[in-house]
Design a protein around this ligand. Structure first.
Ligand SMILES: Cc1cc2nc3c(=O)[nH]c(=O)nc-3n(C[C@H](O)[C@H](O)[C@H](O)COP(=O)(O)OP(=O)(O)OC[C@H]3O[C@@H](n4cnc5c(N)ncnc54)[C@H](O)[C@@H]3O)c2cc1C
Length: 381
């Protein structure tokens, strides 16, 4: 079959590879002039530092099949994200752990003592938290909430934590030990040469052609037996029903001679610091050595029509509109919507790959059994 894959990010590349291996002709297009989607990495021309062009990306997963999959295309080196936070004139360890608690409150608590201490800080009058703020106050109390959650969340989402649902903060965001590894997953690492060479290797198959700087036009679909769409769901329908809300990011690049901040990611919790974090890219490749350094100051704001959509907002109004687009998509034949934009969900890379492998599997099964391919293998709702 002739398959058209819109988007040369992880979703398009992984689905394309599976279908190419099964003998189908895969045409992968992307409006950008590079492959890799938002995982794209490239060397900074001035300093030689490997840059995470669309923001910091750390690979972490519990899915052994996905881990083996990515390791089949590139070499991963061990990397654990250890984030720091500047707040109220101090520098603290994140996620909030025993070191953070002891530093912040000037104490020397052991795990059990810290557990008791935090329980005493927590606002027990809140029994049925509805908002992010209530949830945080119930878990950690006002001091930690204001230093580490409130300002950061306001900057990241552009609204008060009193307007965000409690579900954003699902479980106790505190560790009562000194574990400062940002992620819990068993497998964590960073591709030695960046993500783009990995995605290039995934796309490197005789049945795959890649066309860059090529935005989708509807006539392309008529040449294809099936389309996999990893662009924005509302974009497929020319935003006819309105735009799904996204947050976008502005990265302010600056260089520094030597080591600017001593770590890859420094969050800024105070409200009067306008950026959410600073990323120092060379710390993502600790096996490389560079005298100069490149950093991004990261600002978050509501995405306009010409901005890159980063984080789906998914509040009440968006969910209603999303439902309408899902109905439109389900009534559209020959197109399957995939990935973070196609299903309007925040997806980590490992989940993106898992879903792409599953989607390709469902497509191949459907072909064998003569069933129609559905619009969504992973539901956006
Ligand atoms: C700031 C940030 C940090 C992140 N950090 C991490 C992390 O640390 N760890 C982790 O696991 N995940 C992280 N992620 C998630 C990761 O970026 C996604 O999992 C991944 O990019 C999803 O791949 P995708 O192919 O679905 O989408 P994308 O990478 O967005 O690819 C979609 C592609 O489609 C193209 N496209 C769109 N519309 C059209 C069109 N009309 N015509 C042609 N092409 C089109 C786009 O140009 C794009 O290249 C992060 C995400 C963000 C926003």
């Amino acid at each position: 079959m002739q398959i058209l894959l819109v988007g040369a990010g992880l979703s398009g590349a992984v689905i394309g590879r599976r279908l190419a291996e099964a003998g189908h002709d895969c045409r992968v297009i992307d409006s950008r002039d590079h492959i890799g989607g938002n995982c794209h990495t490239s060397r900074d021309a001035e300093t030689g530092v490997m840059m995470h062009v669309y923001g910091p990306h750390i690979f972490h997963t519990d899915d052994e099949e996905v881990w083996n999959y990515v390791n089949g295309f590139t070499e991963f080196l061990p990397f654990q994200n250890r984030v720091k936070a500047t707040a109220r004139g101090g520098v603290y360890s994140l996620p909030i752990n025993l070191l953070t608690i002891n530093q912040f409150f000037g104490k020397t608590l052991r795990p059990d003592e810290a557990r008791e201490f935090i329980a005493a800080q927590a606002d027990r009058t809140i029994t049925d938290p509805q908002t992010f703020e209530e949830q945080a106050l119930r878990f950690v109390g006002r001091d930690l909430y204001e230093a580490f959650f409130r300002g950061y969340t306001e900057k990241q989402w552009g609204c008060s934590p009193t307007e965000l649902p409690a579900s954003i903060l699902k479980r106790l965001p505190v560790r009562f030990n000194y574990d400062d590894n940002y992620f819990f997953h068993r497998f964590q690492g960073m591709p030695r040469g960046g993500y783009t060479p990995m995605i290039e290797a995934i796309l490197d198959h005789p049945n795959i052609t890649v066309e860059l700087s090529t935005p989708y036009t509807p006539d392309m679909a008529s040449d294809a037996d099936h389309v996999f769409w990893s662009g924005p769901l509302d974009g497929f329908f020319d935003y006819e029903l309105g735009r799904l809300g996204y947050r976008t990011l502005d990265f302010e690049r600056f260089t520094h001679q030597g080591d600017y901040q001593g770590c890859a990611v420094m969050n800024y919790g105070d409200r009067d610091t306008p950026y959410t974090r600073i990323t120092e890219h060379k710390h993502f490749s600790p096996w490389e050595s560079h005298d100069a350094s490149v950093c991004y100051r990261e600002y978050s704001r509501e995405a306009g029509p010409d901005d890159i959509p980063y984080y789906p907002i998914r509040l009440v109004a968006e969910k209603a509109l999303l439902g309408d687009y899902v109905t439109r998509a389900e009534a559209t034949e020959g197109v399957t919507f995939v990935g973070r934009l196609g299903t309007y969900r925040y997806l980590d890379m490992d989940v993106t790959i898992r879903e792409a492998l599953d989607t390709a599997g469902v497509f191949l099964e459907n072909m064998t059994s003569g069933r129609e391919m559905q619009a969504f293998v992973s539901s956006p709702l």
